[in-house]
Design a protein around this ligand. Structure first.
Ligand code: COA
Length: 353
């Protein structure tokens, strides 16, 4: 037996009492990840499709039939930080953990007020979380929350704390062009949060990917100022979201099928074994088509898009919190989360409640 295989065999044998969950492709028979608590916040200002009829050439009928969206919440001054803090406080309370034991804080966002400091650092300050922690933001757009879950899973192994706080918070209304009917009706604002810990009797499987692209879905960044040393002016588009809807639709359905199938295969499960699918809420037709392509019953796919719209990195944790608080999640149930979005990025995780 080669030396490496022997080590692996020894490790496997020493964990023989553990369930046969493997958490990575490398087959480490280690612990998985458990969600201990959820929280969310959406702005009070709910904007209906009818209200959009007054600002762009659209109709309630067009929006709801093409997207499933009826309304979305739009910030009336609530910042990413305010929403992130409110969602995080609720998740920490729900998880019943000591704040002093949170060793990883990750915010997934593309709309933080500041380029620096990160939203996570401001959250750490406002919630009086401990200093000895890994505190940073990630930009994986609408896949941000599932990417962050996997990061937390890796980082908790070397963290000084027992728990990770993961937040998705977006004020997308800051980067939406309200004169562009192709995009403005789709997006909403909000934040969702979870507290997680490594757990021996829990599965955690992950699949993700990216296809770098700045044509199909993008938002230009900071307006570049001419420096005193430049010879030419640099033209730059205003920081608004741009999207090729039908191409992104295709990418979304394909990537959900790919990433969900990958985690199902790793878990040796079939779609019908899963109790709840919580997908990124971008379009009800995307979710229905993904369910069909996976051959999974559509009623297992949670949907709140009709009242929330697409809240990017916040959409999955908000959906998870609403599902949790509705009392529909039972201990031991099998859950798959899947996100997709700008980058282009995608990812799915499988875990149990
Ligand atoms: N109201 C009325 N008409 C609209 C409109 C609106 N809000 N937005 C676009 N249209 C028009 C377009 O101008 C176009 O008109 P044209 O045919 O005269 O050029 C037409 O509707 C497009 O129709 P269609 O191609 O049939 O739309 P669709 O069925 O592809 O739906 C989206 C459009 C955007 C809803 C859909 O493509 C989508 O959801 N894509 C994925 C978006 C997404 O999820 N993005 C985020 C990923 S994280």
């Amino acid at each position: 037996m080669p030396y490496v295989s022997f080590l692996r065999y020894a490790a496997l044998a020493s964990h023989a009492y553990l369930p046969t969950y493997t958490t990575t492709d490398r087959g480490d028979p280690l612990t998985g990840l458990k969600i201990l608590g959820t929280g969310s916040y959406v702005p009070e200002n709910s904007v209906t499709n009818k209200m959009f009829e007054c600002i762009v050439d659209t109709s309630d009928e067009w929006i709801s039939s093409r997207t499933g969206i009826k309304a979305r919440c739009i910030s009336d001054g609530e910042t990413d930080l305010f929403m992130a803090r409110t969602a995080a406080e609720s998740a920490i309370k729900c998880a019943k953990v000591k704040k002093s034991e949170i060793g990883v804080i990750i915010c997934a966002t593309i709309t933080n007020e500041y380029i620096t400091p990160s939203l996570s650092c401001l959250l750490q300050r406002d919630l009086a979380l401990k200093e000895e922690a890994l505190v940073f933001d990630i930009n994986a757009a609408c896949s941000g929350f599932v990417y962050a879950l996997n990061l937390a899973y890796s980082l908790l192994r070397s963290s000084s704390g027992k728990y990770a706080l993961i937040v998705g918070s977006e004020v997308l209304s800051k980067i939406v062009d309200f004169s562009d009917r192709d995009t403005c009706v789709l997006f909403g604002d909000g934040a969702g949060a979870v507290v997680v810990k490594l757990c021996r009797n829990a599965p955690f499987l992950f699949n993700a990917g990216a296809k770098g692209d700045d044509n199909l879905l993008y938002c230009p960044g900071i307006i570049r100022k001419k420096s005193p040393f430049s010879k030419t002016d640099h033209e730059q588009a205003p920081p608004f979201l741009h999207m090729d809807g039908s191409e992104v639709f295709r990418f979304a359905v394909d990537s959900i099928k790919k990433s969900v199938t990958a985690v199902l295969d790793k878990a040796r499960l079939k779609p019908e074994d899963i109790d709840h699918f919580v997908l990124h809420q971008a379009n009800a037709r995307i979710i229905n088509m993904a369910a069909k392509r996976l051959g999974a019953p559509p009623d297992k796919f949670f949907m709140n898009i009709y009242k929330r719209g697409n809240t990017s990195a916040a959409s999955i944790p908000i959906a998870l919190d609403e599902l949790n608080k509705s009392g529909k999640l039972k201990k031991g149930e099998k859950i798959i989360l899947a996100g997709f979005g700008a980058g282009l990025t995608y990812g799915a995780v499988y875990f149990s409640w």
